[in-house]
Structure formats: structure tokens, C-alpha cells
Design a protein around this ligand. Structure first.
Ligand SMILES: C[S@@+](CC[C@H](N)C(=O)[O-])C[C@H]1O[C@@H](n2cnc3c(N)ncnc32)[C@H](O)[C@@H]1O
Length: 400
């Protein structure tokens, strides 16, 4: 976002919500993000608790404001310095602030280290395009044919006034151009017939090329979006062992799989640390959708602009290396992916196994990897400014 920011404020300062309440919710949500490092969605829920935000319309308007405010936090600190209170920042933001004369990273409201790193990888101009693209969100829906025929779901979406285009690569993915109500409140979404899922997430599963009868290990499955897509593509006919280290996430994931129409007779859910996973089976395919910094998901959660830490990259990189070493021992074909824009969570992880494997470019329309390893052309990257998806690294790996 650049220029003055008066627009959203005018839109929301209607009769229903007092400006005092708006400022309180905004400041409190930002406090949650900065102080407790939670996502914008969690921060918003906490900030509304116990406050009179009654109608759905008010909630939606406030939510939009909170997202915009959190997204602009770094810019606001550039302008008003470190000592201004969060309430003051909220009040100033609502009046509209000018970003003239600010350095670019301030204007786009990103941390300095993050911008510098991307500029080094992509060049100044492309990094700018990427950062700008992440300041707005593209919504994708997966038509879940495990729940209803595609034609029927598309008709229902149209009847609700949703304007969409069907994706050119994956016919079950639609890009939402316009919707009269929040996505989560659309009937097909409430009934799990259409699922909010990013195109990059579908691209990961497509790279695995799951087939009926495949025995698949999903090493970090929760909440289960990719597991459920595997079962949709194979009509519930793959056999999957779905593992997650978090017991709570694994339980919630299992519940979600059920709601999405996945046959739980074909999916075994386990809670375990996949780095130490043992099995008497050799898997046909292994999916490692690894834990990571999530830097590719900023458009979904602008709070990441504030909470991302450079120091965490090596921490995740190390876990990913261990998980990948295990993955190539357990299966013949591995897809390793991360929702990250950083080479520490992609190219520099696969560089450790280059001698033992070969790579396959499964998505000809994707970008190549960063030029930091010799095989960078054989691995794939998806970018918000190019592919209108989240930022992802994807490598399809086969044993030599
Ligand atoms: C990016 S999320 C996975 C998203 C999931 N594949 C989907 O599409 O819904 C990463 C997951 O890895 C799990 N995780 C982290 N470390 C792990 C480990 N050592 N073994 C197994 N799971 C792990 C986290 O609990 C988290 O649920």
C-alpha cells in the first residue's frame, strides 16, 4: 500500500461503530501480533473478545481495517518512531498517512533484512514487484468433488454472486475475482464443497502425481489440505499414512479430513516426529510439506511482515534437512515443499542431497529456483507476483 491511507477509514467510520472502539480493537489486535506473535486472524478474534462488535458487517469492516493496519505497522514505525503508542498509530493511520520521502522498504512496510535479502536474490525491481504483490491477497477455491459434482458447486457459487475464473492448469481450482460476502460465509464453503486452498498448495500435490493404489507417506500433514487433495485426485483410492508431530493438529486434521469427504479407512493418522519415523513399508511416494518460516504466506497473514525473524531461517533449514534425509530413505519419489521465499528453506536444503538424487520439473509453467545451487533450473518456485499464488519452493526428487 502506498500513498495516503484515508480510504478504508472513510469506509468504516459509519454510524454503527464508534471511532474509539475501532481504535481499541486495532491497537489490541496489533498488540497481539507484535507481543504474542500470533496470526492476524487469531489477533483479531482476541481483540474483539468482550467488545461490542455485534453485527457481521461491523466485524468484516473491522477485520479489513485490522489487516491493513497490521500490514502498515512497519511503515508507521518509520514515520512515528518507536515510542508512539499503538493507539496513536491507529488514530493516525485512520486519518491517513503520507509515505512521501520514505525509503522503499518503509513505504511497502517490510523489515529491512527481508527486503535486502529478496533484492539480492531477485534484483531490485522484481523484489519490489513481489513485495507489492504480497500486500494484497488472491483468493483461490478448490472445488471439492469428494463432496459434490464440480458442475453443481460452480453453479452454487454463481448463484451466490461469486465471480470466478477456472484455473488454466488445474481445472478444479478457481480464482475468485469478486464475492458479495466473505469467502468463509459462502454456502458451498460452509458445506466443504469448495475449500479455500491456494493454487501453490495444489501445485505441490500435482507434483506428487498421486495414483490409485499408491502407498503414500505424508510426513507433515496437518491440517490436511494436501492429504485431502491427494484423496480427491485418486477418488479416495490412495493409501496414506499421515503424520504430524503435533498431537492437537493431528486430531484437528483428522476431523477436517472427515468433513472434506476423505475416506478415513484409507488414511491412517499418526502423531509422531517424522525425523525418527520408522516403517516396514517402502512408500511409492512421500510428501514432505515441511514446517517453515511461512514467508511465502504474507498475503494471507500480513502479521508475518512483523513477526518473521531472520534467525529462524537456519532453525527451520536444519529441521527440513533432517526430514528430507529421512524422506529419501523411505520412498522412491519425494516431493519436498515449503511455503517460503528463502533459499535456506529450499535450494540450500536440497543441496545436501544433490549427489544422490535427480530432480524433475513437474510444473513447466513455474519459475526455476534461485541461482545458489548448480541444479537451480531443476527445482521450482512459485511467486505471488508471477503466479498469483503464495510463495512456494517445490522439488520433485527421485533416487538415482
Ligand atoms: C506447513 S504445515 C503442513 C501443512 C499440511 N501439509 C497441509 O497441506 O495442510 C507443517 C506441519 O509440520 C508439522 N511438523 C513440524 N515438525 C514436524 C516433525 N518433525 N515431524 C512431523 N511433523 C512436523 C507441524 O506441526 C505442521 O502441522
Amino acid at each position: 500500500m502506498s500513498g495516503t491511507l484515508t480510504e478504508p477509514a472513510v469506509d468504516v467510520l459509519g454510524k454503527e461503530l464508534s471511532s474509539k472502539l475501532i481504535v481499541k480493537v486495532m491497537a489490541s489486535a496489533l498488540h497481539e501480533v507484535v507481543g504474542h506473535r500470533v496470526s492476524v486472524d487469531v489477533a483479531f478474534k482476541r481483540a474483539c473478545r468482550g467488545r461490542r462488535v455485534v453485527t457481521l458487517k461491523d466485524r468484516e469492516r473491522l477485520y479489513k481495517l485490522v489487516r491493513g493496519f497490521v500490514s502498515d505497522y512497519i511503515k508507521l514505525r518509520c514515520i512515528y518512531g518507536g515510542r508512539a503508542s499503538l493507539s496513536k498509530l491507529a488514530r493516525e493511520w485512520l486519518k491517513g498517512v503520507s509515505d512521501e520521502g520514505l525509503p522503499k522498504w518503509c513505504r511497502l512496510s517490510y523489515q529491512d533484512w527481508f527486503v535486502k535479502k529478496l533484492q539480492k536474490l531477485l534484483g531490485i525491481e522484481e523484489a519490489q514487484e513481489l513485495l507489492q504483490a504480497m500486500n494484497s491477497r488472491v483468493w483461490w477455491l478448490r472445488i471439492n468433488v469428494l463432496r459434490a459434482p464440480a458442475k453443481q458447486v460452480l453453479k452454487e457459487l454463481r448463484e451466490e454472486g461469486v465471480n470466478y475464473v477456472i484455473d488454466e492448469h488445474f481445472p478444479y481450482m478457481v480464482k475468485v475475482l469478486d464475492t458479495p460476502k466473505p469467502i468463509r460465509l459462502l454456502s458451498p464453503v460452509k458445506e466443504f464443497k469448495a475449500i479455500p486452498q491456494d493454487k501453490a498448495s495444489a501445485a505441490v500435490v500435482e507434483s506428487l502425481k498421486p495414483q490409485e493404489g499408491d502407498l503414500i507417506l505424508d510426513m507433515a500433514f496437518a491440517p490436511g489440505m494436501k492429504t485431502s487433495l491427494i484423496q480427491m485426485l485418486t477418488e479416495n483410492k490412495a493409501r496414506i499414512i499421515a503424520v504430524d508431530v503435533s498431537y492437537r493438529r493431528a486430531l484437528l486434521g483428522r476431523e477436517l479430513l472427515k468433513k472434506l469427504g476423505v475416506d478415513l479407512g484409507r488414511v491412517q493418522v499418526l502423531s509422531a516426529d517424522s525425523r525418527f519415523f520408522r516403517s516396514q513399508h517402502r512408500f511409492d511416494k512421500v510428501l514432505l510439506d515441511a514446517p517453515c518460516s511461512n514467508s511465502g504466506a504474507i498475503s494471507k497473514d500480513p502479521g508475518l511482515k512483523i513477526t518473521l525473524k531472520e534467525g529462524k531461517l537456519l532453525y527451520y533449514s536444519e529441521i527440513q534437512k533432517q526430514l528430507l534425509q529421512k524422506a529419501i530413505k523411505l520412498g522412491d519419489e519425494v516431493v519436498y515443499s515449503t511455503c517460503s521465499l528463502m533459499p535456506e528453506e529450499g535450494e540450500l536444503v536440497v543441496s545436501g542431497i544433490i549427489d544422490r538424487v535427480r530432480f524433475e520439473r513437474t510444473l513447466p509453467w513455474s519459475s526455476v529456483g534461485y541461482e545458489v545451487i548448480p541444479n537451480y533450473r531443476e527445482v521450482m518456485r512459485l511467486f505471488p507476483h508471477k503466479h498469483l499464488s503464495e510463495g512456494f519452493f517445490i522439488a520433485k526428487i527421485r533416487a538415482k
